[in-house]
Design a protein. Sequence first.
Length: 190
Amino acid sequence: MRTPSSSAKPAAPAAPATSTASAGSTAPAGPTAPAGSAGLSHEARNLHWLLTNLVEEVPGLLSVAVVSSDGLLLLSSDPGRNAERPAAKPSGPKGSSADLATIVSGLGSLTIGAAKLMDGGAVKQTVVAMEEGSLFVMAISDGSLLGVHATPDCDMSVVAYHMALFVGRAGHVLTPELRSELRQSMESAR
């Protein structure tokens, strides 16, 4: 596992090769598209690629989940959930990205409520540092959240930076239609 230099700013991951299938839609082209995602739209495959890239590029990530505004798991780094990679020993809270999604949804609701009570404006990011790990929650769009469970020795600034890149790239494509498609694909993976 590589360790980034604390003085060097992390490099942005390369964007996927894209092909335009319809107006405004881009998705990984050719071999960069996730295996097992042939039935998904270009946008869904692109989000799967972004999530896979986040997990592979950032040292110390244990589990990642994208959660809808109503608390449903949309995307997961849990190999068995996305049916993109062979099932491996799960990591993260209790070994399940569904557990991470529940935690992220609850923490997101709690911080939004706190921000309203304190007139603090929109919640941008929540970080929980624990003895045995860290939890990061970042708003994506319209209430959707990105949650990351990381090791205790992760570089928090690198994790936050790469989460912000994911949010910037995923936020504009996470439409109601795409959320519905992602929910259906997660349900069929069960």
